[in-house]
Design a protein around this ligand. Sequence first.
Ligand code: ATP
Ligand code: MG
Ligand code: MG
Ligand code: MG
Length: 469
Amino acid sequence: MASVNDIRSAFLSYFAKNGHEIVASSPLVPRNDPTLMFANSGMVQFKDYFTGRSIPPQPRATTAQKCVRAGGKHNDLDNVGYTARHHTFFEMLGNFSFGDYFKEQAIEHAWTLVTREFGLSKDRLLVTVYVDDHDAHALWKKIAGLPDDRIIRIATSDNFWQMGDTGPCGPCSEIFYDHGPDIWGGPPGSPEQDGDRFIEIWNLVFMQYEQRGPGDRVALPKPSIDTGMGIERVAAVLQGVHDNYDIDLFQTLIRASVELTKVSAEGERRASHRVIADHLRASSFLVADGVLPSNEGRGYVVRRIMRRAMRHAHLLGASEPLLHRLVPVLVREMGQAYPELVRAEALITETLRLEEIRFRRTLARGLGLLEEASSDLSAGGMLSGETAFRLYDTYGFPLDLTQDALRARGIGVDLSGFDDAMQRQKAEARAAWAGSGEAATEAVWFGLRDRLGATEFLGYETESAEGSV
Ligand code: ATP
Ligand code: MG
Ligand code: MG
Ligand code: MG
C-alpha cells in the first residue's frame, strides 16, 4: 500500500523526471506578503514568478507545500471533522510552469500521472473546465478521451482560481474521483455536489491574469501553470478508503489519541479524535514556523485551532493536558519530510502543554456556563451574543469554539449580538482610558487597532480575550 510518504516521493520524482526542479515547501507564514495570512497553496512562494516581478532560476518546479486554510478567502476550519476531505493543515503537491509549458502539457502530465503512475481507472475520473474554456475542453477530450458528460463545464468561481483578493489567477480544471454510489453526493455542478461521493483531487490552474484590486485584472506576461493536488485526498483513493481520516497517517494519529484517552474512535466521539488529529498537525506546523498562540493576528488563529482541539480532548474525558503527548507520533510520521518539525519538537511540545494548562483553568467553567445558557434552546435556536461574548472575554472561548460546541445540537450564535457586546466593551475601555488623561496615546492606539482590525487577519483582539488567566 502506498503510504503518504511514498505518494509524496512518487509525485516529486515524476515531475523531476520531466524536467522540474524539486523545491522545498515555503514556510506557512508567507515571506513579504502582507496580503495573505498563511500559505494556502503551492503557488504562493512563486507568486512573483507568475507576475514577472522576479525571474525564476528555472522555468519548471515541483513541490510538496504545507498549507493552512483557516481564515481569509480559503477557510475550511468549520468543515474539519465533519467532511471526509477537509483539513486545516494539508499538503499540496504541485507542478509549476513559469511561462514555459501551458494547458496541453499540464493536462498530459496530470493524466499520465493519475492513470499510469498512480494507476487510477479512467472510469472513476471526471473533470471540470471553466465554462468558456473551449481549449481545455478539447484537450481533455483529445488527451484523456473522456466522453462529453465527464468533462463538465462550470460557470462559478469554483473553476476560476484566485489566491486571494489580489494576486495571480485564472480559469482552472479540476479532476474528480468517483468513490462510488454507496456514498452520497453528485458530480460537480449538480445539486448534490456537496456530498462526498465525487472528490476533487487535483486542480490545474491556467494562470493568465493578475488581480491587482477590485475590478482591476491584467494579463500576466506569459501564460503559466500552477497545479495543486491534496496529498491526503489522493492517498485515500490510492489506499482504497473513502475518507481522508482513514489513511495511514491519520490512522496512526487517531490510534495514539485513542490509546491516550481510552475512548473509541468509532462511536459518538469520532469527530473529536479527528479534530484533534487535524488540529495537532496545524498547530504543530504553525509553531514550527514561528507562530505562537496570542490574542491577535496569526497567533490568534493558532490559539483558536489549539483551543478547539483542547475542548475536544476535554470531551474525550482527558483530565490532564493531552495534545502535547501526541507530538512525538506526529514527528515520527512527518519529521523526515519536514525536518523543521524535528527541530521544533521541544518548542511545539512546550507550547501546546502550556496553552492547554492555561485553557483548562477556564474551560470547564466556561462549558458549564454554556450548558446552562443553552439548556432551554433546541435545534434552530440561538445562543445570545451576550453569552458568547462572556465566554470569549472571561473564559477564553474563541467565538468559533462556541459555535463548534453548539453545532451538534443545531444551535447557532447571535453574531450581531456578539459584535454589539464587543463594541460596547471597546467603547467602555475607551471611555475609561480617556478618563485617565492619556487621550493622545489612546487615540493613536485605538486608531491602530481599528485599522488593523479591518484586515482579514485579525481575530477579535481585546486584551482580556484569554479570560481570567
Ligand atoms: P474543495 O472544493 O474540495 O474545497 P478547493 O477547490 O477549494 O477544494 P483548491 O484551491 O483547488 O481546493 O486546492 C487544490 C487541491 O488541494 C484540491 O484539489 C484538494 O485536493 C486540496 N485541498 C484543498 N483544500 C483542502 C483542504 N481543506 N484539506 C485537504 N485538501 C485540500
Ligand atoms: Mg475549498
Ligand atoms: Mg473545488
Ligand atoms: Mg479546486
